[in-house]
Design a binder for this molecule. Structure first.
Ligand code: PMP
Length: 434
Protein backbone atom coordinates (compact mmCIF):
# COMPACT_ATOMS: atom_id res chain seq x y z
CA UNK A 1 0.00 0.00 0.00
CA UNK A 2 0.80 3.70 0.05
CA UNK A 3 3.71 4.67 2.29
CA UNK A 4 2.52 6.73 5.24
CA UNK A 5 5.31 8.72 6.80
CA UNK A 6 5.61 8.82 10.57
CA UNK A 7 5.72 12.24 12.26
CA UNK A 8 9.48 12.02 12.96
CA UNK A 9 10.14 11.30 9.31
CA UNK A 10 7.95 14.22 8.19
CA UNK A 11 9.69 16.57 10.63
CA UNK A 12 13.19 15.43 9.61
CA UNK A 13 12.40 15.96 5.91
CA UNK A 14 10.91 19.41 6.55
CA UNK A 15 13.98 20.45 8.51
CA UNK A 16 16.26 19.52 5.65
CA UNK A 17 14.26 20.50 2.59
CA UNK A 18 11.59 23.05 3.48
CA UNK A 19 12.07 26.72 4.36
CA UNK A 20 14.24 27.18 7.42
CA UNK A 21 12.06 29.88 8.93
CA UNK A 22 8.81 27.91 8.79
CA UNK A 23 7.43 27.09 12.22
CA UNK A 24 5.33 24.31 13.73
CA UNK A 25 2.50 24.53 16.24
CA UNK A 26 3.09 22.80 19.61
CA UNK A 27 6.24 21.19 21.02
CA UNK A 28 4.98 17.81 19.86
CA UNK A 29 3.57 18.74 16.43
CA UNK A 30 0.23 17.28 15.34
CA UNK A 31 -0.52 15.67 11.98
CA UNK A 32 -4.08 16.48 10.96
CA UNK A 33 -5.75 14.15 8.48
CA UNK A 34 -9.41 15.24 8.46
CA UNK A 35 -11.51 18.31 9.06
CA UNK A 36 -15.26 18.68 9.56
CA UNK A 37 -17.10 21.75 10.82
CA UNK A 38 -15.33 23.09 13.90
CA UNK A 39 -13.37 19.85 14.39
CA UNK A 40 -10.07 18.44 13.21
CA UNK A 41 -8.87 14.85 13.47
CA UNK A 42 -5.27 13.68 13.83
CA UNK A 43 -3.71 10.49 12.46
CA UNK A 44 -4.69 8.56 15.58
CA UNK A 45 -8.34 9.46 15.17
CA UNK A 46 -8.18 11.98 17.99
CA UNK A 47 -10.73 14.76 17.67
CA UNK A 48 -9.85 18.42 18.35
CA UNK A 49 -12.16 21.40 18.79
CA UNK A 50 -10.68 24.18 16.68
CA UNK A 51 -10.90 27.70 18.17
CA UNK A 52 -8.03 28.97 16.03
CA UNK A 53 -8.97 28.66 12.39
CA UNK A 54 -10.85 31.67 11.08
CA UNK A 55 -9.89 30.51 7.59
CA UNK A 56 -12.25 27.51 7.72
CA UNK A 57 -14.94 30.17 8.03
CA UNK A 58 -18.11 28.15 7.37
CA UNK A 59 -16.52 25.00 8.80
CA UNK A 60 -13.69 22.72 7.72
CA UNK A 61 -14.43 21.02 4.40
CA UNK A 62 -18.00 22.32 4.27
CA UNK A 63 -19.74 19.89 1.88
CA UNK A 64 -21.41 22.59 -0.26
CA UNK A 65 -18.12 24.47 -0.67
CA UNK A 66 -16.19 21.29 -1.48
CA UNK A 67 -18.81 20.33 -4.06
CA UNK A 68 -18.76 23.79 -5.68
CA UNK A 69 -14.99 23.51 -6.12
CA UNK A 70 -15.01 19.92 -7.32
CA UNK A 71 -17.77 20.48 -9.88
CA UNK A 72 -16.12 23.56 -11.39
CA UNK A 73 -12.69 21.93 -11.36
CA UNK A 74 -14.05 19.08 -13.47
CA UNK A 75 -15.42 21.51 -16.09
CA UNK A 76 -12.93 24.32 -16.75
CA UNK A 77 -10.35 26.40 -14.96
CA UNK A 78 -8.73 29.29 -16.80
CA UNK A 79 -7.64 32.88 -16.20
CA UNK A 80 -10.06 35.79 -16.24
CA UNK A 81 -9.33 36.84 -19.85
CA UNK A 82 -12.01 34.38 -20.95
CA UNK A 83 -15.58 35.16 -20.04
CA UNK A 84 -17.07 33.21 -17.18
CA UNK A 85 -20.08 33.96 -15.05
CA UNK A 86 -18.48 32.69 -11.81
CA UNK A 87 -16.37 35.82 -11.38
CA UNK A 88 -19.49 37.98 -11.74
CA UNK A 89 -21.44 35.73 -9.36
CA UNK A 90 -18.77 36.10 -6.68
CA UNK A 91 -18.59 39.86 -7.33
CA UNK A 92 -22.37 40.16 -6.88
CA UNK A 93 -22.33 38.16 -3.65
CA UNK A 94 -19.54 40.35 -2.25
CA UNK A 95 -20.93 43.69 -3.42
CA UNK A 96 -24.24 42.87 -1.75
CA UNK A 97 -22.39 42.97 1.59
CA UNK A 98 -20.43 46.19 0.95
CA UNK A 99 -21.55 49.84 1.04
CA UNK A 100 -22.40 51.27 -2.43
CA UNK A 101 -19.24 53.42 -2.47
CA UNK A 102 -17.14 50.25 -2.68
CA UNK A 103 -18.25 48.94 -6.03
CA UNK A 104 -15.15 47.65 -7.86
CA UNK A 105 -13.40 44.36 -7.11
CA UNK A 106 -10.08 42.79 -8.00
CA UNK A 107 -9.61 39.10 -7.17
CA UNK A 108 -6.26 37.78 -5.97
CA UNK A 109 -4.94 34.67 -4.17
CA UNK A 110 -3.94 35.70 -0.66
CA UNK A 111 -4.29 38.40 1.94
CA UNK A 112 -0.74 39.51 1.24
CA UNK A 113 -1.51 39.89 -2.45
CA UNK A 114 -4.64 41.88 -1.57
CA UNK A 115 -2.70 44.35 0.58
CA UNK A 116 0.09 44.47 -1.98
CA UNK A 117 -2.42 45.47 -4.66
CA UNK A 118 -4.09 47.95 -2.30
CA UNK A 119 -0.77 49.76 -1.79
CA UNK A 120 -0.13 49.80 -5.55
CA UNK A 121 -3.57 51.38 -5.96
CA UNK A 122 -2.69 53.96 -3.32
CA UNK A 123 0.48 54.90 -5.18
CA UNK A 124 -1.38 55.33 -8.50
CA UNK A 125 -4.36 57.12 -6.98
CA UNK A 126 -2.47 59.58 -4.75
CA UNK A 127 1.01 59.74 -6.24
CA UNK A 128 2.27 59.25 -2.68
CA UNK A 129 4.01 56.31 -1.06
CA UNK A 130 4.04 57.17 2.64
CA UNK A 131 1.92 54.76 4.67
CA UNK A 132 0.65 55.13 8.23
CA UNK A 133 0.14 51.85 10.09
CA UNK A 134 -0.32 50.60 13.63
CA UNK A 135 2.34 49.36 15.98
CA UNK A 136 2.27 45.50 16.01
CA UNK A 137 0.14 45.47 12.86
CA UNK A 138 0.53 42.60 10.39
CA UNK A 139 -0.52 42.86 6.74
CA UNK A 140 1.27 40.07 4.89
CA UNK A 141 4.44 38.40 3.70
CA UNK A 142 5.46 40.30 0.53
CA UNK A 143 8.15 43.00 0.45
CA UNK A 144 5.64 45.83 0.64
CA UNK A 145 3.50 44.11 3.25
CA UNK A 146 6.48 43.44 5.51
CA UNK A 147 7.46 47.08 5.09
CA UNK A 148 4.15 48.17 6.64
CA UNK A 149 4.00 45.38 9.28
CA UNK A 150 5.50 46.51 12.58
CA UNK A 151 4.74 43.00 13.93
CA UNK A 152 7.55 41.84 11.62
CA UNK A 153 10.04 44.69 11.20
CA UNK A 154 9.94 45.59 14.90
CA UNK A 155 10.23 41.91 15.87
CA UNK A 156 12.91 39.21 15.67
CA UNK A 157 14.99 39.47 12.49
CA UNK A 158 13.47 42.86 11.63
CA UNK A 159 15.29 46.11 10.98
CA UNK A 160 12.75 48.71 12.13
CA UNK A 161 10.44 50.92 10.10
CA UNK A 162 11.48 51.82 6.55
CA UNK A 163 11.64 55.51 5.57
CA UNK A 164 8.12 55.60 4.09
CA UNK A 165 6.34 53.76 6.93
CA UNK A 166 4.97 55.72 9.87
CA UNK A 167 3.94 53.81 12.94
CA UNK A 168 1.60 55.13 15.61
CA UNK A 169 1.21 53.46 19.06
CA UNK A 170 -0.99 50.37 19.37
CA UNK A 171 -4.43 51.75 20.34
CA UNK A 172 -4.66 49.36 23.26
CA UNK A 173 -7.15 50.61 25.85
CA UNK A 174 -5.96 48.02 28.39
CA UNK A 175 -2.14 48.32 28.50
CA UNK A 176 -1.34 50.87 25.76
CA UNK A 177 0.07 54.39 25.81
CA UNK A 178 -3.39 55.76 26.66
CA UNK A 179 -5.69 53.56 28.71
CA UNK A 180 -9.45 53.34 29.06
CA UNK A 181 -12.36 53.31 26.67
CA UNK A 182 -12.37 57.06 25.95
CA UNK A 183 -8.95 57.19 24.34
CA UNK A 184 -10.10 57.29 20.70
CA UNK A 185 -9.31 60.96 20.26
CA UNK A 186 -5.85 60.60 21.85
CA UNK A 187 -4.88 57.73 19.56
CA UNK A 188 -6.33 59.56 16.54
CA UNK A 189 -4.05 62.48 17.45
CA UNK A 190 -1.14 60.02 17.21
CA UNK A 191 -2.19 59.28 13.63
CA UNK A 192 -2.39 63.01 13.03
CA UNK A 193 1.09 63.36 14.44
CA UNK A 194 2.34 60.90 11.80
CA UNK A 195 0.56 62.92 9.10
CA UNK A 196 2.47 65.99 10.35
CA UNK A 197 5.75 64.02 10.22
CA UNK A 198 5.14 63.08 6.58
CA UNK A 199 4.22 66.63 5.64
CA UNK A 200 7.24 68.05 7.49
CA UNK A 201 9.39 66.01 5.10
CA UNK A 202 7.70 67.75 2.16
CA UNK A 203 5.70 64.65 1.22
CA UNK A 204 2.02 63.69 1.31
CA UNK A 205 0.06 60.83 2.87
CA UNK A 206 -0.51 57.78 0.67
CA UNK A 207 -2.64 55.72 3.01
CA UNK A 208 -3.62 54.74 6.48
CA UNK A 209 -4.04 50.96 6.92
CA UNK A 210 -5.45 49.18 9.95
CA UNK A 211 -7.49 46.13 10.97
CA UNK A 212 -10.82 46.86 12.69
CA UNK A 213 -9.64 44.57 15.50
CA UNK A 214 -5.86 44.24 15.54
CA UNK A 215 -5.28 40.52 15.58
CA UNK A 216 -1.50 40.02 15.84
CA UNK A 217 -1.48 42.97 18.25
CA UNK A 218 -3.55 40.78 20.59
CA UNK A 219 -7.20 41.13 19.51
CA UNK A 220 -7.08 44.88 20.17
CA UNK A 221 -10.48 46.53 19.75
CA UNK A 222 -10.19 50.08 18.45
CA UNK A 223 -11.34 52.63 21.04
CA UNK A 224 -14.62 54.44 20.36
CA UNK A 225 -14.39 57.27 17.80
CA UNK A 226 -10.76 56.42 16.95
CA UNK A 227 -11.39 55.18 13.42
CA UNK A 228 -13.82 57.96 12.46
CA UNK A 229 -11.37 60.63 13.65
CA UNK A 230 -8.32 58.95 12.09
CA UNK A 231 -10.16 58.55 8.74
CA UNK A 232 -11.14 62.22 8.90
CA UNK A 233 -7.54 63.40 9.45
CA UNK A 234 -6.15 61.10 6.76
CA UNK A 235 -8.84 62.14 4.29
CA UNK A 236 -8.19 65.85 4.96
CA UNK A 237 -4.50 65.22 4.22
CA UNK A 238 -5.39 63.64 0.85
CA UNK A 239 -4.62 60.06 1.94
CA UNK A 240 -6.69 56.93 1.40
CA UNK A 241 -8.00 54.64 4.14
CA UNK A 242 -7.57 50.88 3.87
CA UNK A 243 -9.46 48.46 6.09
CA UNK A 244 -7.63 45.14 6.35
CA UNK A 245 -10.50 42.68 6.81
CA UNK A 246 -8.38 39.61 6.08
CA UNK A 247 -8.98 38.24 9.60
CA UNK A 248 -12.23 39.81 10.76
CA UNK A 249 -14.40 39.95 7.64
CA UNK A 250 -17.37 38.03 6.23
CA UNK A 251 -19.73 38.21 9.21
CA UNK A 252 -17.39 37.21 12.02
CA UNK A 253 -17.99 40.44 13.95
CA UNK A 254 -21.61 39.42 14.51
CA UNK A 255 -23.29 42.84 14.57
CA UNK A 256 -21.82 43.80 11.20
CA UNK A 257 -20.59 41.91 8.14
CA UNK A 258 -17.36 43.95 7.96
CA UNK A 259 -15.23 45.28 10.79
CA UNK A 260 -15.15 48.89 9.56
CA UNK A 261 -18.96 48.97 9.84
CA UNK A 262 -18.61 48.72 13.63
CA UNK A 263 -17.15 52.22 13.47
CA UNK A 264 -19.53 53.89 11.03
CA UNK A 265 -16.84 54.64 8.46
CA UNK A 266 -16.43 53.80 4.77
CA UNK A 267 -12.86 53.03 3.68
CA UNK A 268 -11.51 53.80 0.20
CA UNK A 269 -10.12 50.27 -0.07
CA UNK A 270 -11.04 47.02 1.72
CA UNK A 271 -8.83 43.94 1.62
CA UNK A 272 -10.45 40.53 2.09
CA UNK A 273 -8.71 37.19 2.47
CA UNK A 274 -8.69 34.12 4.67
CA UNK A 275 -12.43 33.34 5.11
CA UNK A 276 -13.46 34.06 1.52
CA UNK A 277 -12.14 30.76 0.16
CA UNK A 278 -12.75 28.72 3.33
CA UNK A 279 -9.18 27.38 2.98
CA UNK A 280 -8.86 27.68 -0.79
CA UNK A 281 -6.43 30.48 -1.77
CA UNK A 282 -8.79 33.33 -2.64
CA UNK A 283 -8.71 36.99 -1.68
CA UNK A 284 -10.12 40.27 -2.94
CA UNK A 285 -9.65 44.02 -2.98
CA UNK A 286 -12.75 46.23 -2.98
CA UNK A 287 -12.37 49.90 -3.86
CA UNK A 288 -14.24 52.96 -5.06
CA UNK A 289 -14.83 53.74 -8.74
CA UNK A 290 -12.43 56.67 -8.37
CA UNK A 291 -9.55 54.56 -7.03
CA UNK A 292 -10.19 51.87 -9.66
CA UNK A 293 -10.10 54.44 -12.44
CA UNK A 294 -6.86 55.98 -11.21
CA UNK A 295 -5.29 52.53 -10.95
CA UNK A 296 -6.22 51.76 -14.57
CA UNK A 297 -3.57 54.11 -15.91
CA UNK A 298 -2.88 52.10 -19.03
CA UNK A 299 -0.84 49.29 -17.49
CA UNK A 300 -2.74 46.01 -17.62
CA UNK A 301 -3.36 44.27 -14.33
CA UNK A 302 -2.93 40.55 -14.94
CA UNK A 303 -3.15 37.81 -12.36
CA UNK A 304 -2.80 34.22 -13.57
CA UNK A 305 -4.95 32.65 -10.85
CA UNK A 306 -6.90 35.60 -9.48
CA UNK A 307 -10.60 35.31 -10.32
CA UNK A 308 -10.41 31.84 -11.90
CA UNK A 309 -13.72 29.96 -12.19
CA UNK A 310 -12.84 27.38 -9.51
CA UNK A 311 -11.83 29.95 -6.90
CA UNK A 312 -14.88 32.06 -7.71
CA UNK A 313 -17.26 29.09 -7.47
CA UNK A 314 -15.83 28.40 -4.03
CA UNK A 315 -15.96 32.02 -2.87
CA UNK A 316 -19.53 32.55 -4.04
CA UNK A 317 -20.62 29.37 -2.25
CA UNK A 318 -18.86 30.44 0.98
CA UNK A 319 -20.81 33.72 0.98
CA UNK A 320 -24.06 31.88 0.20
CA UNK A 321 -23.45 29.48 3.08
CA UNK A 322 -22.85 32.41 5.45
CA UNK A 323 -26.26 33.73 4.43
CA UNK A 324 -28.11 30.39 4.23
CA UNK A 325 -26.87 29.17 7.61
CA UNK A 326 -27.27 32.64 9.17
CA UNK A 327 -23.71 32.46 10.44
CA UNK A 328 -23.38 36.18 11.14
CA UNK A 329 -26.23 36.23 13.69
CA UNK A 330 -24.98 32.88 15.00
CA UNK A 331 -21.53 34.45 15.56
CA UNK A 332 -23.19 37.28 17.44
CA UNK A 333 -25.24 35.00 19.71
CA UNK A 334 -22.49 32.47 20.47
CA UNK A 335 -19.83 35.18 20.68
CA UNK A 336 -21.87 37.22 23.15
CA UNK A 337 -22.53 34.15 25.27
CA UNK A 338 -18.85 33.19 25.27
CA UNK A 339 -17.70 36.73 26.04
CA UNK A 340 -20.10 36.93 29.00
CA UNK A 341 -18.83 33.59 30.33
CA UNK A 342 -15.22 34.74 29.92
CA UNK A 343 -15.98 37.95 31.80
CA UNK A 344 -17.46 35.80 34.61
CA UNK A 345 -14.25 33.71 34.62
CA UNK A 346 -12.19 36.90 34.86
CA UNK A 347 -14.09 37.79 38.05
CA UNK A 348 -13.06 34.46 39.62
CA UNK A 349 -9.51 34.43 38.22
CA UNK A 350 -7.80 37.83 38.39
CA UNK A 351 -5.03 36.52 36.11
CA UNK A 352 -7.48 37.32 33.29
CA UNK A 353 -6.93 41.07 33.09
CA UNK A 354 -9.05 41.77 30.05
CA UNK A 355 -11.68 40.09 27.90
CA UNK A 356 -12.34 41.74 24.54
CA UNK A 357 -13.48 41.34 20.96
CA UNK A 358 -16.65 41.10 18.89
CA UNK A 359 -18.67 38.15 17.68
CA UNK A 360 -16.47 35.10 17.24
CA UNK A 361 -13.24 37.10 17.37
CA UNK A 362 -12.31 37.29 21.03
CA UNK A 363 -9.21 37.57 23.18
CA UNK A 364 -8.30 37.22 26.84
CA UNK A 365 -5.21 38.85 28.24
CA UNK A 366 -3.25 37.34 31.14
CA UNK A 367 -1.43 39.72 33.50
CA UNK A 368 -0.20 39.78 37.09
CA UNK A 369 -1.36 42.26 39.73
CA UNK A 370 1.11 44.86 38.40
CA UNK A 371 -0.39 44.49 34.91
CA UNK A 372 2.77 42.74 33.72
CA UNK A 373 2.21 40.19 30.91
CA UNK A 374 2.19 36.48 31.78
CA UNK A 375 3.51 34.78 28.63
CA UNK A 376 4.51 31.47 30.27
CA UNK A 377 1.03 31.07 31.80
CA UNK A 378 -0.62 31.88 28.46
CA UNK A 379 1.51 29.27 26.71
CA UNK A 380 0.78 26.76 29.48
CA UNK A 381 -2.95 27.36 29.15
CA UNK A 382 -2.91 26.80 25.38
CA UNK A 383 -0.88 23.60 25.77
CA UNK A 384 -3.08 22.23 28.57
CA UNK A 385 -6.18 22.97 26.50
CA UNK A 386 -4.63 20.89 23.72
CA UNK A 387 -4.34 18.01 26.23
CA UNK A 388 -8.14 18.25 26.49
CA UNK A 389 -8.52 18.28 22.69
CA UNK A 390 -9.08 22.01 22.32
CA UNK A 391 -6.85 24.01 19.98
CA UNK A 392 -6.17 27.61 20.97
CA UNK A 393 -3.65 30.21 19.78
CA UNK A 394 -1.65 32.86 21.59
CA UNK A 395 -0.44 36.23 20.31
CA UNK A 396 0.30 39.86 21.14
CA UNK A 397 3.64 41.67 21.44
CA UNK A 398 4.11 40.09 24.89
CA UNK A 399 2.65 36.69 23.94
CA UNK A 400 0.06 36.93 26.71
CA UNK A 401 -3.19 36.95 24.80
CA UNK A 402 -5.22 33.85 24.16
CA UNK A 403 -7.12 34.25 20.89
CA UNK A 404 -10.50 32.70 20.08
CA UNK A 405 -11.52 32.81 16.41
CA UNK A 406 -13.10 29.45 15.51
CA UNK A 407 -14.92 28.35 12.38
CA UNK A 408 -18.26 30.20 12.53
CA UNK A 409 -20.24 26.99 13.08
CA UNK A 410 -18.81 26.87 16.64
CA UNK A 411 -21.81 26.28 18.92
CA UNK A 412 -22.94 27.32 22.38
CA UNK A 413 -22.15 23.76 23.55
CA UNK A 414 -18.61 24.21 22.22
CA UNK A 415 -18.40 27.48 24.16
CA UNK A 416 -19.58 25.69 27.31
CA UNK A 417 -16.95 22.99 26.82
CA UNK A 418 -14.26 25.64 26.31
CA UNK A 419 -15.25 27.43 29.52
CA UNK A 420 -15.40 24.17 31.47
CA UNK A 421 -11.79 23.26 30.66
CA UNK A 422 -10.49 26.83 30.95
CA UNK A 423 -11.96 27.01 34.44
CA UNK A 424 -10.23 23.78 35.46
CA UNK A 425 -6.84 24.77 34.10
CA UNK A 426 -6.99 28.28 35.58
CA UNK A 427 -7.17 26.57 39.01
CA UNK A 428 -4.00 24.51 38.42
CA UNK A 429 -0.85 25.29 40.44
CA UNK A 430 1.10 26.77 37.56
CA UNK A 431 -1.70 29.25 36.89
CA UNK A 432 -2.04 30.28 40.52
CA UNK A 433 1.53 30.39 41.85
CA UNK A 434 3.22 32.85 39.52
N1 PMP B 1 -3.61 40.80 6.84
C1 PMP B 1 -3.85 40.27 8.04
C2 PMP B 1 -4.55 41.09 9.06
C3 PMP B 1 -3.46 38.95 8.32
O1 PMP B 1 -3.70 38.43 9.53
C4 PMP B 1 -2.81 38.20 7.31
C5 PMP B 1 -2.41 36.74 7.55
N2 PMP B 1 -2.25 36.34 8.85
C6 PMP B 1 -2.56 38.81 6.08
C7 PMP B 1 -2.99 40.10 5.88
C8 PMP B 1 -1.84 38.08 4.99
O2 PMP B 1 -2.63 37.10 4.46
P1 PMP B 1 -2.00 35.80 3.72
O3 PMP B 1 -1.26 35.03 4.74
O4 PMP B 1 -3.21 35.12 3.15
O5 PMP B 1 -1.11 36.29 2.65
Amino acid sequence: GKHTAGNDEIIAYRKQHLGKSLSLQYKVPIKMVRGAGQYLMDQYGRKYLDTVNNVAHVGHEHPAVVRAGQEQMALINTNSRYLHENINELAKELLETLPPELSVLHFVNSGSEANELAIRMVKSATGQRDIIASEVGYHGNTNMCIDISSYKFDGKGGQGAPEHTHIFPLPDAFRGKYRGKDTGEQYAMEVRHQIDNIQAKGRGVGAFIIEPIISCGGQIELPKDFLAKAYQYVGEAGGLCISDEVQVGCGRMGTTFWGFQLHGVVPDIVTIGKPLGNGHPLAAVACTQEVAERFANGMEYFNTFGGNPVSCAIGAEVLRVVKREKLQSHALAVGNYLKKELIDLAKKFPIIGDVRGQGLFLGIELVDEKMEPLAAQTDYLANRMKDHGILMSTDGPDHNILKIKPPMVFTQENAEELIFYLKGILAEDFMINY
